[in-house]
Write a protein that binds this ligand. Structure first.
Ligand SMILES: CC(C)(COP(=O)(O)OP(=O)(O)OC[C@H]1O[C@@H](n2cnc3c(N)ncnc32)[C@H](O)[C@@H]1OP(=O)(O)O)[C@@H](O)C(=O)NCCC(=O)NCCS
Length: 167
């Protein structure tokens, strides 16, 4: 290529390639606080994104990390009975699902959910449930979740819908 030539489009990394470089792995919960805080807590100090369940021994946190070490996706999952199937053993609750705004719609969130589901299955879990923000409903449906009941309004966070995925 001589100076001034346009770069060959085929050689430029696509958004999908960028997501392919992301590593998804289990991490200590505090690794997820900064992104959680930015995306889900309106930029409150990271410590305010901490949930009491982060300290439970069975809580598993997952982070998607970009090649430069930045955390770009997060979620946690832990055993908690499913409110509408309270007697069903092996229920796990998904929380703190967040992707950095600059990394959305590239499959990062889907890979984090897949890691969560794999973890629950490996632990002998039978279902994963969450209280989803309604704008994320389609995202969860693509990951195999279905809705339960009617949407409701959280006064601080907005509309939610319960969702679950049997394993
Ligand atoms: C919900 C959220 C976590 C999804 O994360 P994400 O990394 O964008 O998720 P994905 O990229 O896997 O999927 C998102 C969309 O991108 C599309 N997509 C996935 N891979 C893609 C790719 N390689 N190229 C283009 N589009 C793609 C999917 O079709 C999906 O569309 P849909 O949501 O309309 O079904 C993210 O939007 C977020 O953090 N939102 C704010 C916080 C929030 O609502 N969290 C959930 C609380 S319950």
């Amino acid at each position: 290529m001589t100076p001034g030539d346009a770069p060959d489009e085929a050689l430029l990394p696509t958004d999908e390639d960028r997501a392919a470089d992301v590593t998804v792995a289990r991490v200590e919960p505090p690794v997820t606080y900064a992104l959680r805080s930015r995306v889900l807590r309106d930029g409150a100090p990271p410590e305010r994104a901490r949930l009491p369940v982060d300290d439970l021994p069975d809580t598993a946190a997952f982070a998607a990390t970009a090649p430069d070490g930045t955390v770009v996706g997060t979620a946690i999952v832990y055993p908690e009975p499913c409110p509408w199937l309270p007697d069903r053993p092996g229920a796990w609750r998904l929380r703190g699902m967040a992707t950095d705004p600059g990394w959305r719609s590239r499959g990062v969130g889907s890979r984090v959910v897949a890691a969560v589901v794999d973890h629950v299955a490996a632990q002998g879990g039978t279902l994963v449930w969450c209280n989803a923000r309604t704008p994320a409903q389609r995202f969860y449906e693509r990951a195999g979740f279905r809705t339960h009941g009617e949407p409701w309004e959280d006064p601080e966070i907005g509309p939610h819908i319960a969702m679950w995925r049997p394993l």
